[in-house]
Design a protein around this ligand. Structure first.
Ligand code: NAP
Length: 301
């Protein structure tokens, strides 16, 4: 099968298309014929060497979320079968076939490129919102509210009865409002702008973008309690909790959100930006540029 691999850390040019045997699903795993693979910022951070987990070994095969058709299942898997349309958490997702450790059922009315925007966004947003222990009527600040994770966090919090203030660029203010949050812009002076729209204060902060918002978050909270970042490497310096969504696989929630996108209850922040598998390097560059809305996706015919 065709897959994207890299044998050294570096720029997008280290990504190569290779021909390798399709992986075999182990116990509890599902092999998916990939139709769409999501690009996540972690993919290019790992590729560059900026983000590492232990001693690296090569080749590495990027891609942690896919949507596609179940092709084979490992022992112990009884909830899905070959031919089912699914999306889920994967290894080596930029490939014709990928192993998923957990899959959710894709509604017939949801496009592959939209389904693949959900696994990491849902699991990360859900993990952090649980950690923040939000109650209905409380006010949450989401930094990076137009992003893949941020926009999901906004909608899950709003659905739970939480009032949300969301930061975004000027171009994305209306998009954030349409998700149910009160928008404001990020950058210098953000604490004052947030206070202006949340006169009763901020009960919790979800930093879904990084970019140095933690001092403002601490100022707004009057301390580091109930602030979580998923993106700021300076978290420890500020004594703020850094959360990695890690192994959470909220399959039922992902299925509910997928159905909600079809019904109009939930929405994606923008149309997917798609690239063929052969252009995975350009897809990562698009994600890294951080412009525009909508999931960056590699598609496979
Ligand atoms: N720890 C974990 O488990 C975990 C899991 C998933 C993601 N992450 C990290 O979370 C971050 C977001 O991921 P994503 O997939 O949601 O990325 P994404 O879809 O590319 O969204 C990034 C968002 O950052 C916003 N942004 C850009 N500059 C900003 C600034 N100066 N201040 C505030 N926001 C700014 C952008 O808003 P505009 O478009 O409006 O400019 C954009 O919506 C990445 O750093 C990623 O590595 C961590």
């Amino acid at each position: 099968m065709k897959a994207i691999a890299f044998n050294e850390f570096g720029g997008p040019e280290v990504l190569k298309i290779v021909d390798i045997p399709a992986p075999e699903p182990g116990e509890g795993e599902v092999r998916v014929a990939v139709r769409a693979a999501g690009i996540n910022p972690a993919d290019w951070k790992i590729r560059s060497g900026a983000l590492s987990f232990g001693t690296p070994s090569f080749p590495q095969y990027p891609g942690v979320e896919v949507a596609g058709v179940v092709d084979a299942v490992g022992s112990g898997v009884s909830d899905v079968a070959a031919g089912d349309e699914v999306f889920g958490w994967a290894q080596g997702g930029y490939a014709e076939f990928a192993i998923c450790t957990a899959v959710a059922r894709k509604p017939a009315g949801l496009a592959w490129v939209d389904a693949v925007a959900l696994p990491v966004a849902v699991s990360t947003a859900d993990t952090v919102l649980r950690e923040l222990e939000l109650r209905p009527g409380e006010t949450l600040l989401v930094n990076g509210a137009a992003g893949a994770v941020g926009s999901m966090a906004v909608q899950l919090a709003v659905a739970a009865g939480v009032t949300v203030i969301g930061t975004a660029s000027q171009a994305n203010q209306d998009a954030v409002r349409s998700l149910g949050a009160t928008p404001t812009t990020y950058g210098a002076g953000v604490a004052d702008r947030v206070r202006a729209v949340a006169p009763n204060g901020i009960d919790a902060v979800f930093d879904a973008a990084g970019h140095g918002v933690l001092p403002a978050a601490i100022e707004l909270r009057g301390g580091t309690d109930r602030i979580v970042t998923i993106a700021d490497p300076a978290a420890a310096e500020f004594n703020v909790r850094f959360t990695s969504a890690g192994s959470q696989r909220p399959v039922e929630l992902a299925e509910r959100v997928a159905e909600g996108i079809v019904s109009g209850e939930f929405r994606l922040p923008g149309a997917a930006r798609t690239f063929p598998l052969e252009q995975a390097a350009a897809a990562q560059q698009e994600s890294e540029a951080g412009r525009g809305r909508g999931k960056v996706v590699v598609t496979i015919d």
